[in-house]
Design a protein around this ligand. Sequence first.
Ligand SMILES: [Zn+2]
Length: 226
Amino acid sequence: MKNYFAVLLLVATCLPAFSQNKANLKIVSNYNAYRADVAKNPDLELVEIKKAIPSVVLDIRYATTNNFMNQVMYKQARAFARKPVVEKLKLIQAALKKKGYGLKIYDGYRPYAVTVSFYEKAQGEDKKFVADPAKGSKHNRGCAVDLSIIDLKTGKDVPMPTPYDSFEAAAAPTYNNLPANIIKNRDFLINLMHAHGFKVVYHEWWHFDFIGWEKFDLMDIPFEQL
Ligand SMILES: [Zn+2]
């Protein structure tokens, strides 16, 4: 009997700190394992953006039904990113402030389970626009942010080529069949982000990957635990 409990204890302590999904991706899904990783490398911390930069405006569409899925995907309207990502955002916010602008954040870290859910729920053509769970998304690594800018005087959005999460061709950062002031606003945002270590993606003017994302694992810890 004693041996039986010893075996049970051994099995329990050997439970993996991360889960392997069908595609054999390493995904950190255990909160204590995540905290242990952060203790070893503080850069791995998922920092709440609004706490680190109180002046940012949040518009977490996935915590509402106002998104392309028309469904609530997040239980809480919060945004996180890895520590070095948030440090860069802080510098960006300071640079914007000098020009009378501020950041509006739509999304940051996204738990892996939400990416799977996007993929399962997306119908037909829409599947092309959501991340393939076989690869995971840079949002799952806490290394991508979806954002735009607001005018600090009016609190209104600075006009951009399309709304957030639009599937229109005009959402591509290279699309130029647009009024000059719109191109100017978009390119101002993109150039500022590029100057601070981010890279815009091909078909979404609002999505920026943090350069160096490869060093960060995919994560599947819900906001409520952070
Ligand atoms: Zn994105």
